[in-house]
Design a protein around this ligand. Structure first.
Ligand code: FHN
Length: 431
């Protein structure tokens, strides 16, 4: 049952239509932390002082930065949108903000990296979004300021003079205004992250979202202004707050099939996934996931009405690591043949089969076989509803279960094998 009376839910349904079609995007974590190359939390985890971290600011000069190459790699991989960190927790701005000197245009690079990213990805036909960190370890009015880094919850300074935090919020809101005013049409704002008492109105989230909706009413917002950003926040309730977000962003947690709100309405959601074990560039982290693993997770997301935002962490020179490019290329090869079973698809109207997963688009059912089937592939409860089946990769006829009969419900069942070259299945005797 869909609650048409709640305007927030209704407006969300309108806004997310492209998001639920595109299904697959590129996440890009990039900034000063690419120089130490030990991940984006390095300043905190190694308790670097502002002076120690300043070394990286002074050095930063990504001479190989060519976002058009990034955009082509994303497009070739079958990705339809991309989200770049405009500012991560270290407070360094990859854009020419008038509200701070701590920005890429003041480094040796002298470039507005965000502007170049947006222009390049738009030219390749992808939708564009920006990640913006609510947390800021550099800003003097953010309580972590000074030589030691404390998450808000531990920092005594914040408890002493919470009023200074109000000045930080003015800065934060001001930068969001800059991004939504000076950089053209954005499709998505990706805020990160709320925790403990730092959620909702502690960020002045109502005021922030009202401003965002005035400047770019179509734009999607994630749900990390509220709750923990995993499964938290009022997006799952029948009465979501104005800042509950347009989609849920559980981190590397694939929620149960058909993540729904209290009304039983599917919630738009997006799993963000790293290729190795780090968001920011980590030179020593060679623990890359295989293309097969990523493809299976992408199928799982779509089979549960979700999206995947797959992360790359470019290095200090501005290049996406070759290992990442190789995986994206392999994913793209699969997507070129099987992308119809991802783009525009949703959870199927049928229960998950034991050998893999379904995705569905209109009256086409896509069967993704993850396990080799012994004997004819069975589609429990479906065999008599399917009119015809084809291998998506090459259009060849597939005999599944019993002989096909005309189906009043599904005219053509296209079969997409997640990794056809890995499967050999005995064809039943020809009729
Ligand atoms: O702390 C960040 C982390 O660095 C990264 O940006 C991820 C991406 O989802 N979000 C936060 C951790 O949840």
């Amino acid at each position: 049952m869909t609650n048409h009376t709640n305007p927030i839910i209704q407006e969300r349904k309108e806004r997310v239509q492209w998001f639920e079609q595109d299904r697959f995007g590129m996440f890009i974590h990039w900034g000063l932390y690419a120089i130490p190359a030990r991940g984006e939390w390095i300043r905190s985890t190694e308790k670097m002082s502002i002076q120690q971290y300043q070394t990286y600011y002074d050095e930063f000069n990504p001479v190989h930065y060519n976002p058009r190459e990034w955009a082509k790699a994303a497009k070739e991989a079958g990705m339809k949108y991309a989200v770049l960190t405009a500012k991560h927790h270290d407070g360094f701005c990859l854009f020419d903000s008038k509200l701070t000197d701590y920005k890429s245009t003041n480094t040796q690079a002298g470039r507005d990296l965000v502007r170049e990213f947006l222009e390049a990805f738009r030219e390749e036909g992808l939708k564009v979004g920006l990640y913006y960190s609510l947390i800021d370890w550099h800003h003097e009015d953010y309580p972590a300021y000074g030589d030691r880094i404390h998450p808000m919850r531990e920092n005594e300074a914040f408890k002493r003079d919470p009023n200074t935090f109000g000045r930080y919020l003015d800065y934060m809101h001001g930068q969001v205004r800059e991004l939504l005013t000076d950089y053209g049409k954005l499709d998505l704002m990706w805020f990160d992250f709320s925790y403990d008492e730092m959620t909702g109105e502690k960020w002045r989230a109502t005021e922030l979202v009202q401003m965002i909706r005035e400047l770019q009413p179509h734009i999607l917002i994630d749900n990390r202004l509220e709750g923990s950003g995993e499964q938290g926040g009022s997006i799952y309730t029948a009465n979501p707050s104005i800042y509950s977000g347009d989609f849920a962003s559980p981190e590397q947690i694939i929620p149960p099939r058909g993540l729904v709100n209290e009304l039983g309405d599917p919630i738009p959601w997006e799993a963000c996934i790293t290729l190795n074990n780090n968001w920011g560039y980590a030179a020593a982290d060679r623990n890359y996931k295989s293309a097969t693993t990523i493809i299976r997770k992408l199928v799982e997301c779509v089979s549960k009405n979700g999206n995947m935002l797959l992360n790359v962490g470019p290095d200090a020179k501005g290049a996406i690591p070759q290992e990442s490019l190789d995986i994206l290329k392999e994913i793209g090869d699969w997507m070129k043949k099987n992308g119809d079973s991802i783009h525009g698809c949703r959870a199927a109207d049928f229960p998950k089969p034991e050998w893999g997963r379904y995705t569905q688009k209109g009256n086409k059912l896509y069967a993704h076989l993850f396990e080799e089937s012994i004997g004819p592939i069975s589609l429990p409860g479906l065999a008599d509803k399917i009119k015809s089946a084809r291998l998506l990769a090459d259009g060849s006829e597939v005999f599944v279960g019993r002989p096909w009969s005309a189906a009043e419900f599904i005219e053509d069942a296209f079969i997409s094998f997640a990794r056809p070259e890995h499967f050999t299945y005995p064809l039943p005797d020809k009729r």
